[in-house]
Ligand binder design. Structure first.
Ligand code: 4AD
Ligand code: MG
Length: 460
């Protein structure tokens, strides 16, 4: 359809297949808007009712799937250059008007989440999922062009990369008949892997192994977090892109992050114009402006300490936050968004966080208090990227892991990269759905992944 709508060889015989969006007209002529998902635009099929039997026509209802043979004709109507004058209509699949849930336009996004099996057929979700595809292509192209290798890290793992204890366990043990040892602990020696295993929260640890051999790698895969966060920005199954680069220090890591996001945003403007225009008109009038703004401006870079000072100053001047700000506190989305939307009015990269609120693997600064972590903060989203320079010193890394209660015996292989030919290296993780939120202007992360997984929800 995307190609057909551009054709100008009027008079040609064509076939189109797709789903009926609307049907309107009078007693002589009907107009069917048929959409096959390849573009937001539907093709207009013009039907001279006298030429078709009532048996066929009565099945041409919203949601039905048709194959239409006809003539390509220059359209007199506005908004399309070609339409099809139907010669034959075959009903591939009828859709009972009494029960098809997508009868009218203007269903709420909440309602559409309950029919996630059908919502890809709406203009909104067609647009979002096409953009999601294009963003995947942008990501692979960006890294491929820069000589990065796509490195596949495991989904099932026995280590907790972020050390936050938010892992989904993977087991084949019979939960009705769990064997425990004398201490009452579960005996995993009979489990599938002979030990406790989980779904990964991040491919970083294995990604670092790749970077310490191939130089520059990236991962792009599903990650899982059993955190009980019911917010518009959290999923329990989300996709993450994690580049890892040998010899990069934190400054180069920041530059890579900024170049990467800008490349993706530019790609969306170049490849997804129709869908972006539709989403802008429906949900977010400032969408295109915001995308262009991100492209045109450098991201602000400052330390966590400077960021906290700005927030404390704001509080002194009457700004109120739900959560308190003080040096050492983990910043909440409201604090991040204040810095981005109110104070600097552009994307911000915060660095050098207190070591207590960051993971064990981040490179320790000489002050003994902070680590070389970085978060990229975005308008409307808050944290879109989290990353760091990694601690390359075996002794410092081991000590920090022990201090934070990370079982070093489980990550002996990770620690060996520091034992054998260690090198400075850095990387970060971009939450794919948070990028899609930003690019589409959608407000809820449940609406940018086809089948969202959130606490108490694994339908479809
Ligand atoms: O900041 P996070 O936890 O960092 C890591 O996992 C590092 N291992 C990344 C690295 O350095 N290679 O997560 C990275 C990003 C966040 O900035 C956010 O965009 C996204 O992943 N993210 C989530 N997205 C949706 N739902 C969730 N529950 C998310 N948790 C993190
Ligand atoms: Mg983070």
């Amino acid at each position: 359809m995307v190609d057909l709508l551009k054709r100008t060889d009027f008079g040609a015989s064509v076939n189109v297949k797709g789903w009926v969006r609307t049907r309107r007209g009078n007693k002589q002529v009907n107009f069917i808007a048929l959409n096959d998902g390849s573009t937001i635009k539907s093709v207009q099929v013009v039907v001279d009712l006298a030429q078709f039997s009532e048996d066929v026509l009565k099945l041409v209802t919203t949601g039905a799937c048709l194959s239409v043979n006809g003539l390509l004709v220059e359209s007199p109507g506005q908004g399309q250059q070609a339409e099809i004058h139907a010669k034959e209509i075959e009903i591939l699949g009828a859709a009972d008007p009494a029960t098809y849930p997508l009868q009218k336009k203007g269903h709420t996004l909440e309602y559409l989440r309950e029919i996630a099996h059908l919502r890809p057929r709406t203009n909104t979700f067609g647009a979002v999922f096409r953009i999601r595809h294009h963003m995947s292509m942008a990501i692979h192209t960006f890294f491929h062009e820069r000589g990065f290798f796509y490195f596949h890290t495991p989904i099932i793992t026995a280590s907790d990369c972020e050390g936050a204890g938010q892992m989904f366990q993977v087991t084949t043990l019979n939960l009705y008949d769990l064997k425990k040892d004398d201490q009452g602990s579960i005996d995993y020696s009979n489990d599938f892997y002979g030990r406790q295993a989980s779904l990964t929260v991040s491919g970083q640890l294995e990604g670092e192994l790749g970077a310490m051999a191939l130089g520059s790698i990236y991962t792009f895969g599903p990650t899982f977090r059993a955190e009980n966060s019911n917010t518009p920005r959290h999923l329990s199954e989300f996709w993450m892109i994690e580049p890892e680069v040998a010899f990069n220090e934190i400054e180069e890591n920041m530059q890579l992050a900024e170049d990467f996001i800008k490349y993706c945003v530019q790609w969306a403007l170049d490849h997804c114009k129709d869908d972006l225009d539709f989403l802008a008109s429906m949900y977010d009038k400032e969408l295109i402006e915001r995308l262009n703004f991100v492209l045109a401006n450098d991201f602000v870079r400052l330390t966590y300490t400077e960021g906290v000072s700005i927030l404390e100053e704001a509080v002194k001047n009457g700004q109120s936050f739900e959560y308190p700000v003080f040096w050492g506190a983990d910043l909440a989305a409201e604090h991040e968004r204040y810095l981005v939307e109110k104070h600097f009015k552009r994307p911000v990269i915060l660095t050098d966080y207190p070591k207590e609120i960051k993971s064990f693997y981040m490179k320790q600064n000489d002050d003994g208090k902070t680590v070389r972590g970085m978060d990229v903060l975005f308008p409307k989203i808050g944290e879109i990227i989290g990353g760091s320079q990694r601690e390359e010193d075996l002794e410092k890394l081991t000590r920090r892991a022990e201090e934070m209660g990370v079982p070093t015996k489980d990550i002996w292989w990770y620690l060996e990269t520091r034992k054998f030919g260690t090198a400075p290296h850095s990387g970060f993780g971009l939450g794919f759905e948070r990028l899609i939120l930003f690019v589409t202007g959608m407000a809820n992360i449940r609406d940018v992944i086809p089948f969202p997984r959130t606490p108490r929800n694994a339908d479809f």
